[in-house]
Ligand binder design. Structure first.
Ligand code: DTR
Ligand code: ZN
Ligand code: ZN
Length: 314
């Protein structure tokens, strides 16, 4: 397990010098170490990103849809946070329906380049609204997890890559463009792709993708550890950005808190919430705003996300 890279070591030296000049410490600064376990992801931080995405939508015609100013402003917000945190970011541009779209790819320096653990979420909304649950929730959770990697100066065995997809709502256009433009050699390097599309639904379910057994078990182990029952997410094939990866043989998994399907009485008994009501009544609607989030579901899913990223990359 690699413990440091020159750039980061220099960072630690600067930090040590700063602390030494303030008299805060007397011994040598601790070397960066890999976190033994995933940190808690502060849900307040995730909510803060959602508030920013809401503000962006409000300032840009009420949405963050592909090809609109609200989407580019969303990408710029996420990219700025990642650049400041030490990620190597790449904007991948494409055209769909006559409008320019963008994928944002963020690599955490270090780790085995031949074993890449990816976590992705689509950042675009529908034109009808701000898309805070769909899919600000997934986008904000992977952003905060990436920032937690930076805060921890985590040095995993595998290489970590995070992605924010454009134009998912037009048919997974951005993620398809990314996969189609990967060489077969680079596809083979991706050991796991984790997808997070709607993970804060206001009447939440706890669904785990059942595509790859190892990834599925990783998530199920987390939820079992915190006493939350889960159900397999079975309707997702072709329904979100994991599909292009699965179609070329890359192991995929992910989490989902439900969209326009109706929560059953048995599910309400298991998870709470309201039976006979959709998991997200504002799915693809103008009311998918910052108030259209269940904080407990967002918190639990963000922590499960971080647990899987740490576990699968260590
Ligand atoms: N297609 C996604 C929402 C969605 C619907 N069913 C699933 C299953 C698994 C993941 C996501 C979804 C969207 O509207 O963005
Ligand atoms: Zn959607
Ligand atoms: Zn979505």
């Amino acid at each position: 397990m690699k413990l440091s890279v020159p750039g980061r070591a220099a960072g630690v030296v600067v930090a040590a010098v700063t602390l030494l000049t303030t008299g805060a410490i007397t011994g040598a600064a601790p070397a960066p170490t890999a976190a033994a376990a995933a940190p808690d992801i502060p849900v307040a931080n995730v909510k803060s990103h959602l508030a920013q995405l809401q503000s962006i939508a409000t300032a840009n015609g009420g949405n963050r849809a592909h090809g609109r100013t609200g989407y580019k402003a969303s990408i710029d917000y996420v990219k700025a946070k990642l650049d400041a945190a030490g990620f190597t970011t790449t904007l991948q541009q494409f055209t769909s329906s006559g409008r320019t779209g963008y994928n944002l790819i963020a690599d955490w320096p270090g780790g085995d380049a031949n074993q890449v653990v990816m976590a992705g979420s689509h950042l675009d909304s529908v034109t009808a609204g701000p898309g805070i649950n769909d899919n600000g929730s997934g986008s904000a959770a992977i952003l905060e997890t990436a920032l937690a990697v930076s805060r921890a100066q985590y040095q995993p065995t595998k290489h970590l890559r995070f992605a924010w997809w454009g134009a998912e709502e037009l048919g997974m256009v951005g993620s398809k463009y990314y996969v189609n433009n990967l060489s077969s050699a680079n596809r083979a390097k991706i050991s796991d792709y984790l997808n997070f599309d709607m993970i804060g639904s206001p009447n939440p379910g706890y669904f785990v993708y059942d595509d790859d057994p190892t990834i599925e078990k990783t998530f199920k182990d987390y939820f079992a550890g915190v006493g939350i029952a889960t159900e397999p997410e079975t309707e997702g094939d072709g329904r979100s950005d994991h599909s292009p990866f699965k179609n070329v043989g890359i192991p995929v998994g992910g989490l989902f808190s439900g969209a326009d399907y109706i929560k059953t009485a048995a599910q309400a008994t298991k998870w709470g919430g309201t039976s006979g009501q959709a998991f997200d009544r504002c799915y693809h609607a103008s009311c998918d705003t910052a108030s259209n989030i269940d904080d407990t579901a967002l918190n639990r899913n963000a922590d499960a996300l971080a647990y899987a990223v740490w576990t699968l990359s260590s």
